[in-house]
Design a protein around this ligand. Structure first.
Ligand SMILES: [Zn+2]
Length: 76
């Protein structure tokens, strides 16, 4: 699933790929600027945590590129 959001008020979390508000902690994974600010995992039960960890792993696997920030808007 692609997140091509045209809204300038949203950016994409580099950690999990969810749409997040700029300058806000990602409520999905708890990361902000590459650091874990909220421990969202702690609040989740084990099943949810597994799911989220997988989600983040999957995103890292497909989406993460070294210079992702600069190339993000380039479509081939
Ligand atoms: Zn996130």
């Amino acid at each position: 699933m692609h997140l091509y959001l045209n809204s300038p008020s949203l950016s994409v979390c580099p950690k999990c790929g969810k749409a997040v508000l700029p300058h806000r902690v990602c409520v999905s994974c708890g990361y902000y600027k590459g650091r874990e600010v909220i421990n969202v995992m702690e609040k989740l039960d084990r099943k949810e945590r597994k799911r989220k960890e997988k989600e983040i792993k999957d995103y890292e696997k497909e989406g993460a590129k070294p210079a992702a920030k600069d190339t993000a808007e380039e479509k081939k």
